[in-house]
Design a binder for this molecule. Structure first.
Ligand SMILES: [Fe+2]
Ligand SMILES: [Fe+2]
Length: 455
């Protein structure tokens, strides 16, 4: 009897899955396929939580069947687009936590909170042009589950509160998990993903209010706010020439182009010079949009705001990039103050290691907003040289300063040949040389130095 019921369930599940797959007839190719593969894999893993929850206590009518359908639909889609990938660390951690829970309070947390998160995510994904109709069907199931879960008995505050605090930690971790977020950002763009983030915060607040506790989504809120701010300055794609396309074929992972020159630096020391050069580069990039090109996925983009970063040490060995936006709006002293402030702040936080990403996923990272980075090798005593460029970072140009010796410095430029040509690196060198000379002259005049002696 029971087995017949089970197979009837199987037949219904199979029919519903087939219907879902029919609705999702879209053929994803190239990067779309990569993004779809990862997105549906993660959804498939998340649905495992829902299946386990429904198996533990099928307290909402038809929930178990629905969850089997979702679980299986996403699995089949991930397979269609290249195969199910392992869940990312952050999703695994959430699954491990939720499956380790026992007791009534956890059932309530799963049904009210996890269901409302999923409902919100699917609601948004159903509007991005990837299998919209199918996503809306799944969303409507989740909407029903989350609504009916509100009628379940409410657990005591002291039991539900610690669970909700842990869930919030997981939500924060997933919000910054590249493997989970990159495919979503790829399909929707940052602005729409920010809207989704804001909706999840609201859904979570409603869940907390339902249980009579405060929500704590401060960090996710900050993240959404800063991402929204960045989304306004994101690089825009530029029309590529045959030569641009040829270079993408010639240098799929980037091609190094270098040039060095020596400059007189007057009385500036190495640290002051970093600020002088950050300011100069910011001004150069501001007026020369051709030097703001970055590359991603075989496409050239132009960074809207000229953002210069400074490579520096986080601790004794670990290197980080600190962004200095708006350096063209102030003088070198202002840039130096900003650099000191930002480095201090960055060093006070935990070092962020580059996350491990499955094959190819790094290509889904949005194009970099940083068009150029400054690196000071002089601190180690080097006279000249250059650090490397990384395709994952996506920063296409690096300016390396050697040690100041007898009022002179060697500056080495390194550019990615996919974004720049010989004439661009030459132009950058000439403009930088002029800007430095101007700053040195102004500084000497200010200090009453050699300018007067020239007469
Ligand atoms: Fe589900
Ligand atoms: Fe559900």
């Amino acid at each position: 009897m029971e087995s017949r019921a089970e197979s009837a369930l199987d037949d219904r599940v199979r029919a519903r899955v087939a219907h879902n797959l029919d609705l999702c007839a879209k053929e994803f190719t190239g990067y779309d396929r990569l993004a779809a593969r990862h997105m549906f894999s993660e959804f498939h893993h998340l649905e495992r939580i829902a299946v386990l929850a429904a198996e533990r206590g099928d307290c909402i009518e038809g929930q178990l069947e629905d969850e089997y359908v979702h679980f299986e639909t996403f699995r089949r889609l991930a397979e269609r687009y290249g195969g199910v990938v392992e869940p990312c660390e952050e999703v695994s951690a959430l699954i491990d936590y939720l499956t380790s829970l026992e007791g009534e309070a956890s059932i309530a947390a799963l049904n009210v909170t996890a269901e409302s998160w999923l409902e919100t995510v699917f609601h948004h994904v159903g509007r991005w042009g990837c299998c919209d109709e199918m996503m809306r069907i799944i969303e409507s199931d989740e909407e029903r589950h989350a609504a009916l879960a509100m009628d379940l008995p409410k657990p005591p505050t002291e039991e539900i509160e610690p669970i909700m605090r842990r869930l919030e930690e997981h939500l924060e971790n997933i919000a910054v998990a590249p493997a989970f977020m990159l495919p979503l950002i790829y399909f929707a763009g940052e602005k729409r993903v920010c809207r989704m983030g804001a909706s999840i915060i609201r859904a979570h607040e409603r869940a907390c209010a339902h249980f009579g506790i405060e929500s704590n989504t401060h960090r996710v809120r900050l993240l959404v706010r800063s991402q929204r701010m960045w989304a306004n300055h994101k690089p825009t794609p530029v029309e590529m020439t045959e030569w641009d396309r040829t270079k993408m074929q010639l240098y799929p992972a980037g091609g190094d182009m270098t040039l060095w020159f020596q400059a007189d630096v007057g009385r500036f020391n190495g640290y002051q010079l970093q600020a002088v050069i950050v300011g100069a580069l910011s001004r150069i990039l501001q007026r020369d949009s051709r030097l703001r090109y970055v590359t991603r996925r075989g496409q050239l983009w132009c960074a809207q705001e000229p953002i210069v970063a400074v490579r520096g040490l986080h601790d004794e060995r670990a290197v980080m990039n600190v962004q200095i936006p708006g350096a063209h709006r102030t003088d070198w002293r202002g840039v130096l103050r900003q650099m000191n402030r930002r480095f201090k702040k960055a060093r006070a936080t935990r070092y962020k290691a580059v996350p491990r990403m499955p094959d190819g996923l790094a290509e889904l990272i949005p194009p970099s907003r940083i068009a150029i980075a400054v690196n000071f090798n002089g601190g180690n005593g080097s006279a000249a040289g250059t650090g490397p460029l990384s395709n994952v970072e996506g920063i296409p140009a690096l300016v390396t300063l050697g040690q100041v010796r007898d009022g002179k410095i060697v500056i080495t430029l390194l550019m990615d040949h996919r974004t720049a040509d010989g004439q661009d690196i030459d132009r950058l060198q000439q403009q930088l040389e002029r800007e430095i000379a101007k700053e040195v002259e102004a500084d000497l005049a200010e200090r009453g130095g050699r300018v007067a002696c020239k007469l």
